[in-house]
Design a protein around this ligand. Sequence first.
Ligand code: NAP
Length: 251
Amino acid sequence: MIDYGLQGRVALVTGGGGGIGRASALAFARSGASVVVSDVDDGQGSETVHLIRSRGGNAIYSRCDVSDPAQVQGMVASAVDTFGRLDCAFNNAGINSIMLDEYDDEVWSRAISVNLTGVMMCMREAAAVMVKQGGGAIVNTASINGVVGNPGQPAYTAAKHGVVGLTRHGALRWASSGIRVNAVCPGVIDTPMTEQVAADPALRAMIEGMTPIGRMGRAEEVAEAVVWLCSDAASFVTGHPLLVDGGATAI
Ligand code: NAP
């Protein structure tokens, strides 16, 4: 594992109790950052904090439903109150309503509210702190569904395309403030979100067949991209939707 040199920096991870978020929180800590782990699942979020501390890292848990503006403000405030600054914001929390009809008004609203509006609010609040500080790095979680269509999931696809657009907007808006804004676009990654896919041999084989590398991705592989994007190694990279998809969209 590469050390991206984040000693003395503070990283905030939403959805930090789950697959990609937890792997990223651990990766931030491994590179020396103090980490604010946020989630709606207190048990899972606290477990991520425990894992970081048990490896000698520094972390706190801050509960936040990213679709609630007051909770988002509270989460960012807890990072600044505890650690005095915010250098890296990984706006990652998301939901997948694959088993539901996303044209249903309630399902649509919830999917957009968490996957797009939630990312916007987290980015807005993090950027406000970073502007005052004179810089920072933001990574938003999109998806391959942010760059290609998906016939089954209109809301998820619209939200993730929105995240890519929002990322480009943020990169332009805050470049002169020393803030870089990028996105990661994962392919199908083996996490709790996709456990139904992973457990079904036929579905898993289909996914693997659609992925040139021939397997589902690992959360740690996305985490590497996230921490790199937040590090000084990516100092000239901004506004970029980085595909981490085993070649799925290269076909
Ligand atoms: P995951 O394992 O389900 O983890 C997501 C975490 O976010 C969970 O702990 C979840 O809590 C939490 N969460 C859900 N709604 C939230 C809310 N409103 N506010 C704060 N936290 C919330 O999912 P993942 O696979 O790591 O996915 C992380 C991100 O990657 C999502 O944005 C997802 O769309 C994106 N992504 C995933 C894949 C994939 O194949 N896994 C591919 C492309 C993009 P609960 O468990 O209580 O819901």
